[in-house]
Design a binder for this molecule. Structure first.
Ligand SMILES: Nc1ncnc2c1ncn2[C@@H]1O[C@H](COP(=O)(O)OP(=O)(O)O)[C@@H](O)[C@H]1O
Ligand SMILES: [Mg+2]
Length: 292
């Protein structure tokens, strides 16, 4: 597996247009459903791992993970610290390429194509699979320029104002910032900054949004806004979210994957089933707070 050298913190957006990994616009063909009927809707698999192992040097961080992540639902990854949640998330859009010691074995399929195949361009992949991190990381630019950033890199500047507005609306931020688009993104509150990062991610029209503990640096009100937003995003996007907050997973996700120490995916099922009647004693012990 070749390693790419990347230099920015927003690897979804840094090259010119390249549609080699492009597909029809997501969501254009299906009737949209809103939660809670969403979980009984499309079960089409968008992301699938088979026998996925990840090592950092000699340490194994994920062990033979098999999972099928459904389209336009919220899939939560939970488990104790160090169990490999972030590692798994980073496999999906090949962010682990950026970690020298990381080695991936097995298959990670996105739309039935192995993202680790030699002919996959990780930059094009990351345009289709955007990412939001724990710490909001707006660029030191205006609110407008943050959202326009990826579109400009892709030369998609036609109707730029409309696209920026649409992305900010999609991130539930427009009403709060529409009169201050020229002000720095860094002047916003933490919760607004995180929604700005979500706007930046959705501006380039991805199919999947990966979120690694997106609310854990935020206060309860901002957290609640992000949770509401995630529910809305899942009408248009496949959302995969890592959280260490079990109540949050129970509140916002359709499916839950429970990883436990050693990098094992112990159970993956409908969120309600995981929280009310898990198959594995170890999962029940974790959910009920006996460890972790
Ligand atoms: N960049 C890295 N280099 C070496 N080891 C790492 C790196 N990132 C994570 N690990 C190790 O891999 C395991 C899983 O980490 P991680 O995926 O961050 O877990 P989680 O997100 O569930 O807390 C841990 O043992 C961690 O120490
Ligand atoms: Mg993590």
């Amino acid at each position: 597996m070749s390693k790419e050298t990347m230099t920015t913190s927003n690897p979804g957006t840094e090259t010119e247009d390249d549609d080699s990994l492009a597909s029809p616009t997501p969501g254009s063909e299906a009737v949209e459903e809103s939660s809670p009927s969403r979980s009984s809707g499309s079960e089409r698999t968008v992301i699938e791992s088979r026998n996925l192992d990840v090592y950092y040097g000699t340490e194994q961080a994920l062990q033979s993970v098999d999972i099928q992540i459904p389209e336009r639902q919220v899939t939560a990854m939970i488990g104790p610290s160090g169990c490999g949640k972030s590692t798994f998330l980073r496999c999906i859009n090949r962010m682990n390429d950026l970690i020298d010691a990381a080695r991936v074995e097995g298959d990670l399929l996105f739309q039935n194509k192995n993202v680790y195949d030699d002919d996959v361009d990780p930059v094009a992949l990351r345009r289709r699979i955007g990412m939001v991190f724990q710490q909001p990381n707006p660029f030191p630019k205006s609110i407008y320029d943050n959202v326009a950033y990826g579109l400009r890199l892709q030369n998609k500047t036609e109707n730029l104002d409309e696209k920026v507005e649409e992305a900010l609306k999609g991130a539930a931020l427009w009403d709060e910032v529409s009169h201050q688009l020229d002000e720095s993104g860094l002047e916003l509150s933490g919760g607004q900054q995180q929604r700005l990062c979500i706007a930046r991610a959705i501006a380039v029209d991805p199919e999947v949004i990966l979120m690694d503990e997106p609310a854990s640096a935020l206060d309860p009100v901002a957290t609640s806004q992000i949770e509401d937003l995630i529910d809305e995003l899942a009408q248009d996007y496949t959302v995969v979210i890592v959280t260490h907050n079990m109540q949050q997973a129970a509140r916002i996700s359709d499916k839950t994957a429970v990883f436990l120490t050693g990098g094992e995916l112990v159970e993956f099922d409908d969120t309600q089933k995981i929280f009310e009647n898990p198959e594995h004693q170890r999962v029940e012990d974790y959910i009920t707070g006996k460890f972790g």
